[in-house]
Design a protein around this ligand. Structure first.
Ligand code: FPP
Length: 256
């Protein structure tokens, strides 16, 4: 964990960092980044200003998670349902995403982060798709944190895609034995990635919003009222600290 050198000595973050057990940092953190619109509304700004401000949180959280030794960070950036938003807002989100990749790719590479997009990304506009492919390609040899960005994603659509691919392949291979959970996991967008240990949702809504439905079966859920554009390293440390105080039992009884 090399975050120590990046927090101000004596600051609240430094205090939180001291309380965190470096050996029990969640391996996979998934985040529903919510509240950009309300953040902007409270400041009498257009919703897109909230998304723009949210990019700063994205940058801060990616760097912090990587330095904390998180193996996988999954960010819910655009759901299939988000297409119902005004065209201008959708366009801004896509532009912000492209700009983010163009501006931050070098930094992502420098931090040994591997980039990947999950979702029906082939349905995105060509220029966005190309940018995503470029970032994936350029970082594929990296061995540090995997940054998974969920785009044009929904949990149910993922299951539909998973089952279709699975049935097709199993049929081609003449597979006859019943499928099990491991087989299904292998066909998910997140194939080969451990399930999230911690799911964070900002802005206080008590919903899953069609995110990683299969994968969060045993994830610890942390909901904070902080809006996404205000969610920074300190808030991530608080979430990890609370996670470490939970008792994960996976349906078993409490250990004596
Ligand atoms: C939710 O706030 C946020 C989103 C739908 C988009 C999140 C996207 C970004 C921060 C930018 C792109 C991401 C990356 C990875 C570069 P909301 O609009 O639903 O807020 P509200 O619930 O207050 O209306």
């Amino acid at each position: 964990m090399d975050l120590a050198g990046f927090v101000e000595p004596g600051s609240q973050e430094a205090g939180l960092l001291k309380l965190i057990d470096a050996n029990r940092v969640p391996k996979h953190i998934a985040i529903i980044m919510d509240g950009n619109g309300r953040w902007a509304g409270m400041r009498k700004l257009p919703r897109v200003a909230g998304h723009r401000a949210g990019i700063e949180s994205v940058r801060d959280i990616i760097e912090s998670a990587a330095r904390l030794g998180v193996d996988v960070l999954t960010l819910y950036a655009f759901s299939i349902e988000n297409w119902k938003r005004p065209k201008r807002e959708v366009n801004t989100l896509m532009t912000l995403l492209k700009e983010y990749i163009q501006r931050e790719l070098n930094n992502v590479k420098k931090n040994n982060i591997r980039f990947q997009a999950i979702g029906r990304i082939q349905e995105l506009e060509k220029s966005v798709y190309r940018e995503l492919q470029h970032a994936t390609d350029e970082t594929k040899e990296n061995t540090g944190m995997l940054l998974n960005v969920a785009l044009n994603y929904s949990g149910r659509a993922e299951l539909v895609d998973t089952f279709n691919r699975m049935f097709l392949e199993l049929k081609q291979n003449g597979h006859r034995t019943p499928i099990d959970e491991d087989v299904i996991s292998r066909f998910l967008y997140t194939s080969g990635i451990p399930d999230p240990d911690l799911l964070i949702r900002t802005s206080g809504e008590m919903r899953i919003s069609n995110f990683l439905l299969w994968q969060i079966a045993y994830s610890e859920i942390y909901i904070t009222s902080t809006f996404w554009p205000d969610f920074r390293r300190r808030h991530l440390l608080e979430a990890i600290l609370e996670y470490q105080q939970r008792d994960r039992r996976y349906g078993a009884i409490k250990k004596q």
